[in-house]
Design a protein around this ligand. Structure first.
Ligand code: DQA
Length: 137
């Protein structure tokens, strides 16, 4: 099974960005742990701060991967283009968020991803990604 993880803007700063909300772990460190937990899965990982690059990546892996785990970060709340990209591809997408976006500012309660995603996992810290992997299994 092949699973693609895609992270959006500012998630390259995990580990140093607002640790009270997003924790102290870098994504690279977490990704090593995740790969060790699921040795039977082939993972690939992509992060960008640029909306168009995230759409390109969805199109790139969206016809070959078995599952996509997408944390679109701030673009979740703004990007019609990312929502349309999910509709356009074949691979099912699980939307994840580290924080509970519904317990935060109102603008974070809107998602252009959710209506097109297979499911949504949020609020479990980095464990949201593991739960998403588990859901594909
Ligand atoms: C986030 C939540 C978003 O509202 C925010 O813009 C992020 C991270 C999360 O994982 O909790 O950058 O997607």
């Amino acid at each position: 099974m092949k699973i693609s993880i895609i992270n959006g803007p500012n998630l390259n700063l995990l580990g140093q960005r607002e640790p009270g909300i997003y924790g102290n772990q870098t994504f690279d460190a977490f990704f090593l742990e995740l790969q060790a937990k699921f040795p039977q899965i082939t993972f690939d990982y992509f992060q960008s701060n640029i909306e168009g690059e995230l759409i390109d990546r969805l199109q790139q892996v969206g016809f070959s991967s078995d599952g996509i785990i997408l944390n679109a970060a701030a673009y979740t709340h703004t990007s019609v283009g990312m929502g349309d990209a999910i509709k356009a591809i074949d691979t099912p997408v699980i939307e994840v968020h580290i924080s509970n976006t519904f317990a935060r500012e109102d603008f974070r309660h809107t998602s252009y991803i959710t209506p097109n995603a297979k499911g949504l996992i949020l609020g479990f810290g980095m464990d949201s990604y593991r739960l998403a992997v588990q859901s594909f299994l």
